[in-house]
Design a protein around this ligand. Sequence first.
Ligand SMILES: [Mg+2]
Length: 127
Amino acid sequence: MKRKVLLAEDDPVFRELVSDILQEAGYEVVAGENGQEALDLLLTRGADMAVLDLNMPVMDGLELTRRIRSDERLKEMPILMLTVRSYVEDQITGFDRGADDYLTKPFDRKMLIARLRVLERRILGNA
Ligand SMILES: [Mg+2]
């Protein structure tokens, strides 16, 4: 069965690109344009893993990560955070809030999938 990835990204072009990359790698994707929309999708449709942009309107990736980590049913979900920011402080904040890994845009599509596979293997186990 395909693993489902929750994608939250406010840039429509980038959202489409990452969605395509994930689907080509064999994942099912549910995508929202901000953290709130992604949280609603997660609560109604579920997901196994999350790829979250840090900077988004309405609710950013840090707040969405905090919500996921404070929900008993969701807190073990692997979270990979994406950002254009390369400041160390932002990466540390992401980890403090519960992100499992971090990729700075732009990134190689193979690297995105490689990082996701690591999280999948280590946190979810091989299905
Ligand atoms: Mg953004």
